[in-house]
Ligand binder design. Structure first.
Ligand SMILES: Cc1cc2nc3c(=O)[nH]c(=O)nc-3n(C[C@H](O)[C@H](O)[C@H](O)COP(=O)(O)OP(=O)(O)OC[C@H]3O[C@@H](n4cnc5c(N)ncnc54)[C@H](O)[C@@H]3O)c2cc1C
Length: 377
């Protein structure tokens, strides 16, 4: 069985490794010339907790069947061929794991010096080199990621203005969100629920404009929202343009599987309800299942869409459906929140540590954390 995996990120590497372990002849097509460290470690470059350099995480065997510098522009599902920058590659089954991309921002002054638009690894390297030179920085876009970046930048001594039109962590319950916002303010962050209008300055950033008000700033860090990035291929896509997959990571076309940020998981039975799950844990789980099934197995993914972040020493965990997704599916949700009692943990449903080496499921980790907290209190 010839299994081609497109994309060597978290999802693609998991798929290739799983398919290989089931005896498939695997070819991994990756557009970059070398493997990068996982994205979840990129923000740590800013504070110096992570050092720049190629990823060490690739198994020797995976390196052997990786074809680096192979950008897949199109997959012909009828002929079972992937068209790459280095010629066509034939397959019996294929896993698409090409991750996400970003739309270009459209605000005024986006081309000025000291505007950092965080699209990829080189942007994190550049910011890491320059961030210590700024006394006032504005951060915007990107949900939880913008909060992590703002925290890191302010810990290096800069005064940070965080623009968040929907409030911080809009998907969380009021009680958890308020606690995060309180801690952010305590740490010296200025939070504004305003959208960015633009950047002012002669050549470089001198101020940002938000809801008509001008705020002095020497740099702007803009985190564009990710969106799925599949190559051209004839399959059904979801609401956000990702390849629509079922719980076996099967697309609408036979022998085509998808995993990670480029996929959208069908929720329920209707095609109008789907969700991208842009998390490292989800990407890894989806990749394993896609790789196993592409190699002739019959694996099922039970995705909880669970995440955990620590903001200003406060661990925030959530999982399952968001209220908006529940409403889309016609489910009436009851919201229950438990703020921290004694320990610094706000708990909603389940937890996941992005850099955690453990193979435990997020739900199991959450259960373990809660049992430990109970024991300690
Ligand atoms: C800065 C940052 C911090 C994050 N922090 C966290 C975190 O703390 N916790 C968490 O759970 N998630 C985090 N995420 C999200 C998480 O990193 C992603 O959900 C995860 O990386 C998705 O994995 P993937 O394999 O689907 O995609 P990617 O990791 O993006 O990998 C896709 C791969 O495909 C390659 N590729 C793309 N197009 C083609 C093509 N046409 N042909 C061949 N190859 C191609 C790319 O070069 C890349 O190597 C973060 C994301 C970012 C950007």
């Amino acid at each position: 069985m010839r299994v081609v995996v497109v994309g060597g990120g978290v999802a693609g590497l998991a798929a290739a490794s799983e398919a290989h372990s089931l005896g498939a002849e695997v070819t991994l097509l990756e557009s970059s010339e070398s493997y990068l460290p996982p994205k979840s470690g990129w923000p740590s470059l800013l504070s110096g907790e992570a050092q720049p350099g190629p990823s060490e995480r690739i198994d020797h065997e995976l390196r052997e069947f990786s074809k680096m510098g192979s950008l897949v522009a199109e997959v012909n599902v009828a002929e079972r061929t992937a068209r790459t920058s280095r010629g066509p590659v034939e397959y019996d089954s294929i896993v698409i794991a090409t991750g996400s991309t970003h739309a270009d921002p459209t605000f005024r002054g986006s081309g000025k010096k000291n505007v950092f638009i965080m699209r990829g690894y080189p942007d994190y390297l550049r910011l890491a080199n320059e961030v210590r030179g700024f006394a006032r920085v504005c951060v915007t876009g990107g949900g939880p990621l913008s909060l992590s970046i703002a925290e890191k930048v302010s810990s290096m001594g800069a005064k940070v203005l965080l623009l968040s039109p929907t409030g911080l962590l809009g998907q969380l319950s009021e009680v958890v969100r308020r606690e995060v916002e309180r801690r952010a303010k305590e740490a010296g962050l200025v939070l504004l629920r305003s959208p960015l209008d633009g950047v002012a300055g002669v050549e470089r950033v001198e101020a940002v404009v938000a809801s008509g008000s001008v705020h002095a700033s020497e740099a702007l860090i803009f985190l564009p929202a990710p969106r799925p990035n599949p190559p051209r291929l004839a399959v059904e896509v979801g609401l956000n343009g990702g390849i629509l997959v079922d719980d076996r990571m099967r697309s609408s076309s036979p022998a085509v599987y998808a995993a990670g940020d480029c996929a959208e998981v069908r929720l329920g039975s209707t095609s109008s309800s789907s969700s991208p799950m842009m998390y490292q844990s989800a990407a890894r789980a989806m990749g394993r299942v896609a790789g196993a099934n592409a190699a002739g197995g019959s694996a099922v993914a039970r995705l909880a869409s669970a995440a955990s972040h620590t903001f200003f020493g406060y661990e925030v965990c959530y999982g399952g459906l968001s209220p908006a997704e529940g409403t889309r599916l016609g489910i009436r949700l009851l919201e229950v929140s438990t703020p921290a009692r004694g320990a610094d943990l706000a708990y909603q449903e389940s937890s996941f540590g992005p850099l955690s080496p453990t193979d435990l499921s997020p739900i199991a980790l959450a259960a373990k954390t809660c049992l430990l907290m109970r024991k300690q209190s």
